[in-house]
Design a protein around this ligand. Structure first.
Ligand SMILES: Cc1cc2nc3c(=O)[nH]c(=O)nc-3n(C[C@H](O)[C@H](O)[C@H](O)COP(=O)(O)O)c2cc1C
Length: 209
């Protein structure tokens, strides 16, 4: 069976506006794609491996074109486990609120763990080659303020450009964003309306995803 990996970086469970939108996406996705397994990776519940000095040095061995062996291979076991899980997915859904104009720290930690040479990218004579090919991603975000392109806060959005850059770097260029905003700055009525709008967009996107 095919798999969609739902990477969750929203810790507030049922209170989460981000997850309300992702759940609408998944409800539609399930109907449209009964052949897919939905696998959840909740980054606030998962004990992600720390990037210890040994693990960081392992990355430099790979960057130098060598394979890991001995103590480095052992130290990298949990990193490779996460990379393998990521690469086993055919589609990706990321749920992330904006935190301090960017992403919650657990999502950054996850990115630091999985974006590795030899596994997700490699250097060639022509430059960098992303190794995650022919896969698609949807990213659902919600933000307290409004960072839409036509608004004055747009240049403070380091979330969407960063996520597009880092996943594009490894070959994932087909990324659709659903950004619900503003969630806090304009009161509960606007928040509710914007969540509904984002849910409607999520359902539409899921049908074509
Ligand atoms: C630690 C933290 C940092 C935040 N930083 C920002 C921010 O920089 N800009 C913004 O517009 N909202 C910020 N917010 C508000 C959230 O983005 C907003 O409430 C979002 O809808 C929360 O998503 P959730 O309901 O899924 O938890 C922050 C919230 C938290 C908890």
């Amino acid at each position: 069976m095919k798999k969609i990996l739902h990477i969750i970086a929203a810790p507030r469970g049922e209170e989460s506006r981000t997850l309300k939108i992702s759940n609408a996406f998944l409800d539609s996705f399930k109907k449209k794609h009964p052949d897919y397994i939905i696998e959840e990776l909740d980054l606030f519940k998962e004990k992600l491996p720390e990037l210890t000095v040994k693990r960081v040095n392992g990355k430099y061995i790979l960057l130098g074109g060598k394979d890991l062996s001995g103590e480095f291979q052992k130290a990298w076991k949990d990193i490779v486990k996460h990379i393998t899980r990521f690469l086993s997915a055919d589609r990706f859904l990321i749920s992330t609120p904006m935190w301090n104009f960017s992403i919650p720290y657990v999502l950054k930690q996850y990115i630091d763990i999985i974006i590795q040479p030899k596994y997700l990218f490699q250097y060639t004579g022509q430059g960098v080659e992303g190794l995650v090919k022919d896969r698609r991603m949807v990213i659902v975000t919600s933000r307290g303020g409004d960072y839409s392109p036509e608004g004055p806060a747009h240049s403070y959005d380091f979330q969407e450009p960063y996520l597009r850059a880092i996943f594009g770097f490894v070959g994932l260029t087909d990324i659709a964003f659903i950004n619900a905003q503003p969630m806090d700055a304009s009161g509960p009525q606007v928040q509710e309306e914007k969540v509904k709008q984002a849910q409607a967009l999520a359902k539409k996107l899921a049908e074509a995803f």
